[in-house]
Ligand binder design. Structure first.
Ligand code: UT7
Length: 332
């Protein structure tokens, strides 16, 4: 029997034009460039200014980028998954709208919510469908308009997040390249440290919730930081060891871009030098579901067929995990 792996065969991305720099943030809250840079590594983030556009706009642009680069016929796509914490609306699947808008008229589609691990979990789901032989082309998009849920008076969160989207295509591969292994975890005891309290079934929207700013992201940064550092590093180390690999066998770390210090700690644990770590947090900040595909898009030209990539993410829930994947193509 032929072993079918699930390979990433194309990448696309989109970030809005407007740059929210550290110096602009200095005029909005009590902060400064030195603090933000040394504590997070972030210099600027992109913001979707148009109030009439939601995350679907970002997702559609990223999908168009992928389709234009590869001449993919969208009618051949079987499934569109949109990982997001900022769907266009609480009800009505954002993915369904995106699929229709890009011409994926034969696809079914759904949203996936696992906070900053959404894209990583989506990689697992897409790969399982491909490996089983059930579907042949799956478009996985990570898209978040984080600016729609951030309080720009709260210096603890507004300096971190940005808007953006990235897309990858998963297809069957019979050369051994593609998805190799995963370690995925969650721990619901962490949910109070990073959350939006209101607007769900537990605390529906009311005048009071709006007046008390309960529809914005709240983060206990110190606690989240502590868990992110240890958990992202642990699963990255575990996935390398359990596949009988050493740091010499790993070509790239693809880490969620939440904080440069968390990225450094994860790289250090698997003993990878900085030039083998994908980093673009300085340009985009934390784009939640979009960080991993935005990294792939920025580094695509440097990736070679057969390269071993370790993906790692940590996010609200808590959710976290690591995936080992062999890159399947060269870009000229
Ligand atoms: O993607 C999902 C997962 N999210 C993460 O992984 C984020 C994890 N957390 C972090 O990245 C960091 O905790 C932050 C970047 C959010 C904060 O950095 P920190 O080193 O943990 O700072 P802190 O919250 O402990 O605050 C240290 C000090 C405090 O002042 P005092 O109490 O020591 O006087 C804060 O009030 O820095 C102050 N502070 C700021 N100062 C200037 C907090 N935010 C700011 C700010 N500018 N923006």
């Amino acid at each position: 029997m032929i072993d079918i792996k699930a390979a990433i065969t194309a990448v696309g991305a989109y970030v809005p034009e407007y740059r929210l720099t550290n110096s602009i943030l200095e005029t909005m809250v009590d902060t400064n460039d030195e603090w933000i840079t040394s504590r997070t590594g972030i210099k600027e983030r992109r913001i979707l200014k148009d109030p009439t556009q939601g995350s679907s706009f970002l997702a559609i642009q990223a999908a168009h980028d992928l389709i234009n680069k590869t001449q993919l016929d969208p009618t051949t796509i079987d499934l569109v998954i949109v990982a997001t914490v900022t769907p266009d609306m609480p009800v009505a699947s954002t993915a369904a709208y995106v699929a229709t808008q890009i011409g994926a008229i034969n696809a079914f589609s759904y949203d996936l919510m696992a906070a900053c691990s959404g894209f990583l979990y989506g990689m697992s789901t897409a790969s399982a469908y491909i490996e089983s032989g059930r579907y042949k082309k799956i478009l996985l998009i990570g898209a978040d308009k984080m600016s729609s849920i951030i309080d720009y008076k709260d210096r603890a969160t507004c300096i971190i997040f940005g808007d953006g989207a990235g897309a990858v295509l998963f297809e069957p591969n019979t050369e051994g390249n593609g998805f190799q292994d995963e370690i995925l975890r969650s721990d619901g005891t962490g949910r109070n440290f990073l959350r939006i309290e209101a607007g769900g079934s537990l605390m529906p929207a009311s005048q009071e919730t709006v007046e008390n700013n309960r529809h914005y992201v709240f983060q206990d940064g110190k606690n989240v930081f502590k868990h992110a550092v240890s958990n992202m590093a642990d699963v990255s180390e575990q996935i390398v060891k359990r596949n009988d690999l050493t740091n010499d066998d790993i070509d790239w770390l693809v880490p969620h871009q939440a904080n440069k210090r968390i990225i450094d700690a994860t790289a250090k644990r698997i003993d990878l030098p900085e030039d083998q770590v994908m980093i673009n947090i300085h340009k985009y900040g934390n784009t939640t579901s979009a960080t991993l595909p935005l990294c792939l898009n920025d580094y695509e030209k440097q990736l070679k067929k057969g390269d071993q990539l370790v993906f790692a993410a940590f996010g609200g829930g808590f959710t976290w995990g690591s995936i080992l994947l062999k890159w399947a193509y060269n870009t000229n």
